[in-house]
Design a protein around this ligand. Structure first.
Ligand code: ADP
Length: 321
């Protein structure tokens, strides 16, 4: 098996009395998007600082692109791109100038840099604004410029620390499309987020971080699948009493909490995909016609709650106290 793009093993990092990371381990496959999901204060930024060689752990192993990051930080820096939470854009320079300067910092120049800058401006939809100072850019455009700057030297791995924090919903959704497109080109992306929806939408793998540790990890789907119970809604095309429906589900295992609102039947099921076919057959056998069915899977919110015992919003409030 190919070596992981990123691997952390048993990382401990303490700031004075705060144990920011408490034995954190993770592994990120090449060419995928991996999300570190957790509330403020969970340890996400510290993890990124260690992977990008900006901080050293007290103990543990750090491998980046097959390199020992504690022994060869310089080589690691050449193959990674970082987009920090705080923008690195100089707002008094144009988009073109920001990118060109960034390229020079990486030792690029001449025709190669020129063509790289214009292809990135094009790719991020910034070509028309290239000659404008970045102060005139919208929040979304500035973030795109930040990401383009992180990519100037063609890194193998890109770190995005809370890439959409502070953006309005439309700009956020637009940036999600952009990030998803980047990963189709073989780039490995590690992003941190406290938006469950962001992790769900973008990441192939998600690690939920709480109090400096990974509390669970998997694909968004597998994490959600671990939760018992889907909600099933069936639209009824013929009138039926709750009692009649209850009777017809007697022989269908794992169906509970029946309710009827208007012409919609609501039920909780142990496993929606398994329960729905016999539910529909039972209704049909009882002469109750149906028009449509919806199964709602548990969300990453439910997963977070299960593993940490609190909602992400509660954890954020706790972190601020
Ligand atoms: P996140 O990125 O998930 O919000 P951080 O990695 O920034 O979390 O922080 C983890 C914990 O470490 C928090 O309790 C934070 O207050 C603490 N911390 C982070 N950086 C420092 C620092 N430079 N000095 C002291 N404490 C820090």
């Amino acid at each position: 098996m190919a070596e992981a793009a990123l691997a952390l093993h048993n990382i401990v990092k303490t700031y004075k009395t705060v144990r920011a990371l408490d034995g954190l381990s993770l592994s990120v496959e090449r060419g995928t998007i991996f999300a570190l999901l957790g509330p403020n204060g969970a340890g996400k930024s510290t993890t990124i600082k260690i992977l990008t060689t900006l901080a050293r752990p007290d103990s543990g192993e750090v491998r980046v692109a097959g390199l020992d990051a504690l022994k060869e930080p310089q080589r690691v820096r050449r193959v990674i791109g970082c987009v920090a939470q705080r923008s690195g854009v100089d707002v008094d320079s144009t988009g073109l100038e920001n990118l060109t300067l960034q390229g020079r910092l990486h030792g690029m120049g001449g025709a190669e840099l020129k063509s790289r800058v214009s292809s990135l401006l094009e790719r991020f939809g910034l070509a028309a604004a290239a000659a404008r100072i970045a102060r005139t850019y919208s929040g979304g455009m500035q973030r795109k410029l930040d990401i383009a700057m992180g990519l100037i030297h063609r890194p193998e791995i890109l770190f995005l620390d809370e890439p959409t924090t502070g953006l309005d919903p439309e700009a956020r959704s637009d940036l999600w499309d952009e990030i998803a497109r980047l990963s189709t080109k073989g780039l490995t992306i590690l992003l941190t987020t406290h938006y469950l929806e962001e992790a769900d939408r973008l990441a192939r793998q998600v690690a939920i971080v709480d109090r400096g540790r990974v509390v669970t990890e998997g694909t968004p789907e597998s994490l959600k699948a671990e939760l018992r119970g889907d909600s099933v809604q069936i639209d009824l095309a013929s009138a039926a009493t709750l009692a009649a429906i209850d009777r017809c589900f007697e022989a269908v295992p794992g169906v509970h909490d029946l309710q009827v609102t208007g012409s919609t039947l609501h039920a909780r099921t142990d496993h929606g995909a398994t329960a729905v076919p016999p539910m529909l057959l039972a209704l049909e056998a009882a002469g109750i016609r149906t028009s449509s069915v919806r199964i709602a899977r548990p969300s990453l919110d439910d997963v977070y709650l299960r593993y940490t015992g609190r909602t992400i919003q509660e954890a954020e409030r706790e972190g601020r106290q």
